[in-house]
Design a binder for this molecule. Sequence first.
Ligand SMILES: [Zn+2]
Length: 243
Amino acid sequence: MSFTVTALGVGDAFSAMHYTSCLLLEASGVALLVDCPHPIRKMLREGTEGRVDVQDVRGVAVTHLHADHASGLEGFAYYSHFALGRRTPLLAGPEVLAQAWDGHLAAGMRVLRDANGPHQHTFESFFDPCPIAEGEVFAFGPFAIEVRPTLHHIPTYAFRVRAAGRLIGVSGDTAFDQDLITWLATCDMIIHESNLGPAHTPYESLAALPRELRARMRVTHLPDGFELDAAVQPLRQGERLEV
Ligand SMILES: [Zn+2]
C-alpha cells in the first residue's frame, strides 16, 4: 500500500507562473483533493498526465474559501452533477463549511434558469457536506483526517491526513504559528505555506526550524521568483511524492 501526494498547483494568489494551491492525495486507489482552485480539470489532467479526472476523485477537502484555494468548487461540482450525476463530498472545518454556500457558491448555483423557468437548488443539491470538528478523526475511505484552525484573514484549517500508516500535514494558509508547527511535527511529510504579509508565514521562519523537521518539510504558496536557499525544499508543480 502506498500513500502519494501530487502537487497540482504550488503558486500563490497572484502567480503568473503556476496554478494555485492544490494537492492530490491517493491511497488504496482512492483520490482526495486538498483545495480546489480553477481550472481544476486542467490541473488534474496536466498534473497526472491524464491519469486522474473528476470522476476518479472521491472528495474535496478545502482549507479555506480564498479563491486561490476554492475557486474550482463550482466547476467541479457542476461537472459532477451534470456529467457524472453525483454530489461532491466537501470536507472542511465547520466555519468554512458554514460559509461555503451563502458566502461563496450560491450566487452561481442557487437559481438555474432555463426554458422551463427558474430551478431552485441548495448546497445539498450539489454537495455532500462533511464538517470536521477540531479534535475529531474523520474517516473518509482509506483516509483519517484531522483539522486545526490556523492564523489567517478568514477561517482556515490545517489538515493532518493519515493513510497506509503514513501521515501528511498541510498547513493551509497561516501566519507563522509555533503551536501549529508542533501539531504538524508528528507528520511524516509536511507541506507548509510561505508568503509575504502578516497573514502568511515568512520563509525565514521555516528556514530557522530544526534541521530534522525541515528535512520532512516542503514549502509551497511562494511568490513567483522567490529566491530560496536550500534550508527547505520547495514543492514543484507536477511532482508526485510518497508520503
Ligand atoms: Zn488565503
